[in-house]
Design a protein around this ligand. Structure first.
Ligand code: PRP
Length: 176
């Protein structure tokens, strides 16, 4: 607990840059979906702050739903098989945009994509705040990327260390 409290961290992406990134993504989404009726699927927990800021700038008629992912306890080895919790929207025939905070190896998103595609959606795109291209092990397209980063450990703006620091308004890199 003490080392969590006295965490050595420095600004990685400040609030102003986050705001610019979010505005740029929102403009693209507004343009791409202006004649559509999209459903935004927000992946909890990490994406809550990004999603709130992004969705405030979405001006097309749309629905928002929230899901959580849980690993199947019996298959910890792969870490990729996930269960959807809380999907209560019928997505059949819908234009769906997943909102996620980060794609790292991409395995979580790969599994989520498969599950949503199986629901017979009309289209499926991904909006992600942070993307680690060097760690990405998959080959599906990510249409809306906020920022490409290397591999820092980050906290703030939804990103956590053991559940802490998600509330910070900027993104910090944790130092040794
Ligand atoms: C994080 C993030 C993605 C996943 C990305 O979730 O929100 O869901 O890891 O990693 P991957 O691309 O290597 O699969 P986490 O399990 O930390 O949960 P959280 O959103 O509640 O913080």
């Amino acid at each position: 607990m003490e080392n969590i409290k006295s965490l050595n961290k420095e600004i990685f992406v400040d609030s102003e840059e986050i705001s610019q990134i979010v505005t740029r993504l929102a403009e693209r989404i507004n343009n791409d979906y202006k004649d559509k009726d999209p459903v935004f699927v927000v992946v909890l927990n990490g994406a809550f702050m990004f999603a709130a800021d992004l969705l405030k700038q979405i001006n097309v008629l749309s629905k928002i739903t929230f899901i959580k992912l849980a690993s199947y306890t019996s298959d910890k080895s792969s870490g990729t098989v996930k269960q959807l919790i809380g999907l209560n929207e019928n997505l059949k025939g819908k234009d769906v945009v997943i909102i996620e905070d980060i794609v790292d190896t991409g395995l979580t998103m790969q599994s989520l994509r498969k599950q949503l595609l199986a629901l017979d959606v009309n289209s499926l795109e991904i909006a992600v705040l942070m993307f680690k291209p060097h760690k990405f092990q998959c080959n599906y397209p990510i249409k809306y990327i906020g920022k490409e980063i290397e591999d820092p450990f980050i906290v703030g703006y939804g990103f956590d260390l053991d559940g802490y620091y998600r509330n910070l308004p900027a993104i910090y890199q944790v130092k040794e």
